[in-house]
Design a protein around this ligand. Structure first.
Ligand SMILES: *Cc1c(COP(=O)(O)O)cnc(C)c1O
Length: 359
C-alpha cells in the first residue's frame, strides 16, 4: 500500500468561489475579496487584525521588518525549525541565533534562551513543528519582562491550542502559510495575525509598497483575490478537517502496541491540530525503523526533508551553536499522515506495520 501524506481538498465550493471573483473582474490583492478573507481570518483565529500575504516566508519577513529588524540585529530562533523560518532573517541582513529547544517538544528552552539574549536581540521566533503545541505562554511571559517581541511561525500550527487559546493569542505577530500542503491551503499564500493596531498598520504598509506614498519602504507581498476566495471558502471546512485528523490520531495512539513507539508528548493543556501525527521512537536505530515504514509505503517528513538541526545544512553552518537537546530531539521521532483522506484500512495498515516491526 502507498499512503499519501498530502491532503487534497476537492469538491467543496472552490469553483463557485473562483467564478465569483472572475465575474467581479478584479483579480488583484486590493479587491474586496481579499478584505473579506482577512475579516474571516481574524474572526476564525480570534485575532483583532489579519493581513493576507503571498507566502508564509513573506509573512515572517513582514513580521521581522515591522518589528524593526535590520542589518546587524540578532533574531533568536529554535534550531529545529525549517530553513523557510530563517531565510527571512537573512533577507533583512540580520543574524539568526540558533537556540536549543526542550527535549520533549519544539519549544525554546528558556534557560538557553536567557543566555542568548543580548542588546542586539530584536525578536524571538518560536516554531511549533507539525502542529504540536509548545509552552508559548511561559515564553511570552519571559519575553515581556525582557521587552523583546515574540514572533510565532505557525505555518504548521493553524488552530493548535494551549490553555484553550489559539497559539497566536501569545504572539506579538503570528505568521501562517497557506501553501498547498498546509491545513488551510490556497496553493501559495500566507497571512499574519496581530492584536496590535500600530503593528498592523505597519504590516499593511510594508506588503503594499509602503502605501505608495514614497515615504515608507515596502514591497509587494499581496495575495491575489483568486487565492483569497479559495481561502475564504476553505476556512469553513477547517473544523471538520481537524476533528477527522484528531480521530485518526487517537485511533492510532490507542492501537500501538510496539513498546518502542508511542505518541509524541503533548505539553500540559495543549491541543495539537494533527497537521501530522508525531511518533516518539526509542529503538536503538530509529532511522532503520523510519526507512522500514517508508518501504512499506508509509511516508515520513523526517526523510522527505532530510530533517536535522538547521545549522547542519551548509547554508547555516556559520551560525552554528551546538544545541544538545535539539540534536537528541530531531533523531527521536517520525511523522505519519492522519489527514481526512486516510481511511480505516490505511490506519489499520500503518498500525500493523508499526506493531509488527522488530529490530
Ligand atoms: C511551510 C512553512 C513555511 C513557509 O511557508 P511558505 O508559504 O511555503 O513560504 C515557514 N515555516 C514553516 C514552519 C513552514 O512549515
Amino acid at each position: 500500500m502507498k499512503i499519501s501524506d498530502k491532503y487534497l481538498i476537492s469538491d467543496n465550493g472552490d469553483l463557485k468561489a473562483v467564478k465569483k471573483v472572475l465575474n467581479g473582474k478584479k483579480l488583484s490583492g486590493t479587491s474586496d475579496f481579499v478584505f473579506d478573507y482577512e475579516n474571516k481570518l481574524s474572526k476564525f483565529f480570534q485575532s483583532k487584525y489579519a493581513a493576507a500575504l503571498s507566502s508564509g516566508t513573506a509573512a515572517i519577513q513582514t513580521a521581522l521588518f515591522t518589528l524593526g529588524v535590520k542589518n546587524g540585529d540578532e533574531v533568536i530562533i529554535s534550531s529545529t525549525c525549517p530553513s523557510m523560518s530563517v531565510v527571512p532573517i537573512l533577507a533583512l541582513g540580520a543574524e539568526p541565533v540558533f537556540c536549543d529547544t526542550e527535549i520533549n517538544n519544539f519549544g525554546l528552552n528558556l534557560e538557553s534562551l536567557n543566555k542568548l539574549i543580548s542588546v542586539k536581540t530584536k525578536a524571538v521566533i518560536e516554531v511549533p513543528m507539525w502542529g504540536y503545541p509548545t509552552k508559548v505562554d511561559k515564553l511570552k511571559h519571559l519575553l515581556e519582562i525582557k521587552k523583546i517581541p515574540l514572533i510565532l511561525d505557525l505555518a504548521q500550527a493553524h488552530c493548535t491550542k494551549l490553555n484553550g487559546n489559539c497559539l497566536s493569542f501569545y504572539g506579538d505577530i503570528s505568521c501562517f502559510s497557506t501553501h498547498d500542503r498546509k491545513i488551510l491551503a490556497t496553493g501559495e499564500g500566507g497571512f499574519v495575525l496581530t492584536n496590535n493596531e500600530n503593528l498592523f498598520n505597519k504590516i499593511k504598509s510594508y506588503i503594499q509598497f509602503g502605501n505608495m506614498k514614497g515615504d515608507e519602504f515596502g514591497l509587494n507581498f499581496k495575495l491575489s483575490s483568486l487565492q483569497a476566495c479559495i481561502g475564504s471558502n476553505r476556512i469553513d471546512l477547517i473544523k471538520r478537517q481537524l476533528s477527522l485528523r484528531k480521530k485518526n490520531a487517537k485511533y492510532i495512539a490507542k492501537k500501538i502496541s510496539n513498546p518502542y513507539v508511542k505518541e509524541f508528548e503533548i505539553v500540559d493543556n495543549g491541543d495539537p491540530n494533527y497537521y501530522f501525527m508525531i511518533l516518539r521512537l526509542t529503538f536503538s536505530d530509529n532511522i532503520k525503523f523510519i526507512n522500514y515504514l517508508e518501504e512499506k509505503g508509509v511516508p515520513s517528513d523526517v526523510l522527505r526533508y532530510d530533517y536535522k538541526v538547521l545549522y547542519k545544512y551548509p547554508l547555516f553552518k556559520k551560525y552554528k551553536k551546538k544545541c544538545i537537546n535539539s540534536e537528541t530531539l530531531v533523531k527521536s521521532f517520525t511523522t505519519i499522515p492522519v489527514h481526512p483522506h486516510i481511511s480505516k484500512t490505511m490506519l489499520d495498515y500503518m498500525i500493523s506495520a508499526i506493531n509488527n516491526y522488530k529490530e
